[in-house]
Design a protein around this ligand. Structure first.
Ligand code: WTA
Length: 634
């Protein structure tokens, strides 16, 4: 979403930290902490000390082969051991680790001990299936306990997980699965969505016909919908059968700090999704540290991140962050407005959620109902709120602050990415807040706004958001695509500075105001979708000769898709065809690709070499100046 800069430049409200929040906070002095972060290696080494290492690292940061940075070199560690095993020897043993709730009001509580047993059993079962250290295992599952368990079981034995978001459909699924060469796939009979059950298994069944590497499909019986065993082919097995009878202990694999932990696909400028690869120790240290200091996690907190585990937010802050801190994590399966728009607040009241983290799109959606639902429930348990995924407009920020946080809860507007693994620009509870600003870089993070040449721009001027020093949970490469990794992120400016792909500006106090993407990536309801992916879905339809896609601003979703298409001869853009096209794109990509408008054109703006200039279409859409058109074909 591109923001109205005039409105933002006018935003002068400042909210100082309240004593009650400050007195409990792990970090009481923001400036001092930022100062501490300047000694990068010392800062992160201290944070790494809180974990249990099988073998300590020899070197905190190895910069000898830029941009392939390495962290905690020589260390041996196991993430599942740190997130689960180590708690069973403490008073947390019988504390709830996972609080699963769904839209039907059903709940499951899994203690750290129970989680430990389940992770170990599944880890052993995976070994029996022939999964070895370094093999890839994929998950196409709803937000359910088995998703967390399967992820943790993978890293117990050193397998690499690659989760496919359950809202993606056949085309997107096949592409990701085949790139990662997954050996085992976890899926489920279905997922609950607004009173219906979406048949995930049916989508998976269709997709895996095109996925030759998958040897075993593990089916979670999640909704209890009957699946006939006779329907299952030789390579399928029910989850329960798989773990049944397995021993409740599995020796954790001693992982090298830099061993791969997971691949998560995300969108970039071209059609091919990027396999973002994260490794073990640095990711662990970065994610746990940011969660603890930004959301000020303590004993007795009840943490709820509404993000889906199919995206990075869920990886880092539904599973890993909270469990690494020994905190109960709420896993919610359902929409924010079903059975009614009070469902989230009802959960906050019922369980006493203390820290709540969601996306601006959800806030904007719920804001439409005013105070009707937020006043129906007691939200006094809340201490700190957060947002992620896209810029939050000051109006939504204020609504969240007043009506959900009752003016007592600071809002952590966290800027980060799949690639960064952890929050990079964000306030902490001791910060002075400005609605709409992600404030300052986290301690240890060196962020800036630069021009085309890589020079810092003056205060107030827009430019490219960059990160100038490495951080522990940074992605290490794009899976099987080192060239693209270097080109897209590290070669744009001299001196190995990381190009984030966002536009931003800084104000007089150094606060960052993120303005939206600088590339052809769309943010639809916080979900990251590449224009080129949508275009290739369009041209996969027999009626479409060419397509160009841009984001069209939407008051709730931030952006929706506006598609410009050239039809093949003999086709007309009538209601039936529009419906067909919508269905087709949904089949290829899934419900995340929300089509706002399809227009038929005779020509698309292109460069002389034939590349579509989406920039021109965007400028036209917004009624802006077309900018430099010298490369335009005609
Ligand atoms: C956007 C999501 C403004 C940004 C964690 C970034 C944000 C992209 C914010 C990454 C924020 C994320 N303010 N914009 N607080 N957080 N973004 O990989 O455009 O799905 O580049 O990771 O989301 O999206 P991704």
């Amino acid at each position: 979403m591109v923001r109205d800069t005039a409105v933002l430049l006018d935003e002068r409200r400042v909210f100082e930290p309240k004593d009650e929040i400050l007195s409990r906070a792990h970090v009481k002095n923001w400036e001092k902490e930022i100062e501490k972060g300047k000694d990068l290696e010392k800062y992160w080494a201290e944070k790494a000390e809180q974990f249990e290492w099988f073998q300590k690292w020899d070197q905190v940061l190895d910069e000898s082969n830029k941009p392939f940075y390495q962290w905690f070199v020589g260390g041996k560690i196991n993430l599942a051991y740190n997130a689960v095993d180590r708690w069973i020897e403490t008073e947390k043993r019988n504390q709830v680790a996972i609080l699963y709730i769904n839209e039907r009001g059903e709940e499951k509580k899994i203690t750290f001990y129970e989680l430990y047993v389940q992770v170990n059993k599944l880890a052993n079962a995976l070994k029996n299936l022939g999964v070895k250290k370094g093999d890839t295992v994929s998950m196409y599952l709803p937000m359910c306990p088995e998703l967390l368990i399967s992820i943790l079981a993978c890293n117990k034995i050193g397998a690499v997980h690659s989760v496919v978001y359950s809202g993606l459909s056949v085309g997107a699924f096949v592409e990701r699965m085949n790139d990662a060469k997954a050996k085992v796939l976890f899926t489920a009979d279905g997922t609950y969505r607004r009173g219906k059950i979406i048949d995930l298994k049916a989508i998976a069944d269709e997709a895996i016909l095109q996925c030759p590497t998958i040897e075993t499909i593990v089916v979670v019986n999640h909704t209890g919908k009957p699946i006939q065993i006779s329907e299952l082919s030789g390579r399928e097995i029910f989850y329960e059968r798989l773990v049944d009878g397995e021993p409740a202990y599995c020796e954790p694999e001693w992982m090298d700090s830099e061993d791969p932990l997971f691949i998560l696909y995300t969108s970039g400028s071209t059609g091919k999704p990027k396999g973002v690869l994260h490794t073990t120790a640095g990711y662990m240290v970065g994610v746990a540290t940011t969660l603890r200091d930004i959301f000020d996690i303590h004993e007795n907190d009840l943490w709820w991140c509404t993000g889906d585990i199919g995206w990075i937010t869920g990886h880092s802050y539904v599973i890993y962050g909270p469990l690494l801190l020994g905190t109960t994590t709420v896993v919610y399966e359902g929409a924010p407005d079903y059975p009614d728009p009070g469902v989230w607040w009802k959960i906050v009241e019922k369980y006493g959620v203390t820290k709540f983290y969601t996306a601006p799109t959800a806030i904007r959606h719920l804001m439409r109902f005013g105070t009707r639902y937020t006043n129906l429930y007691n939200l006094e348990s809340l201490r700190i709120l957060g947002t992620v995924g896209e810029p939050i407009n000051p109006e939504a920020w204020m609504w969240y602050y007043k009506n959900v946080g009752k003016e007592n809860c600071p809002i952590m507007d966290t800027w980060w990415q799949t690639e960064t693994g952890m929050h990079l620009i964000s306030p902490i509870p001791a910060a002075s807040l400005k609605p709409g600003s992600a404030t300052l870089p986290f301690p240890g993070i060196d962020a800036d706004v630069v021009d085309e040449e890589g020079n810092s721009v003056p205060v107030g001027k827009g430019g490219y958001l960059v990160i100038k020093k490495p951080w522990p949970s940074m992605f290490r490469t794009l899976y099987k695509d080192e060239e693209r990794f270097k080109d897209v992120y590290w070669n744009a400016f001299p001196g190995y500075i990381y190009k984030a792909g966002d536009m931003a500006r800084k104000d007089e106090e150094g606060y960052f105001w993120i303005q939206g993407r600088s590339d052809d990536v769309l943010k639809i309801a916080g979900h990251r979708i590449g224009s080129a992916e949508v275009e290739s879905a369009f041209v996969g339809h027999p009626a479409v000769a060419e397509a160009a896609v841009i984001g069209k601003s939407d008051p709730i979703k931030g952006e929706v898709i506006k598609a410009f298409i050239i039809l093949r001869e003999g086709y007309e853009l009538k209601t039936q065809l529009i419906e067909d096209l919508k269905k087709h794109v949904r089949y290829e990509l899934g419900p995340v690709a929300v089509l706002g408008e399809i227009v038929q054109v005779d020509k698309l703006p292109k460069t002389r070499s034939g590349k579509i200039m989406r920039r021109i279409l965007r400028a036209q859409e917004r009624g802006e100046d077309l900018g430099d058109t010298s490369t335009l074909e005609e």
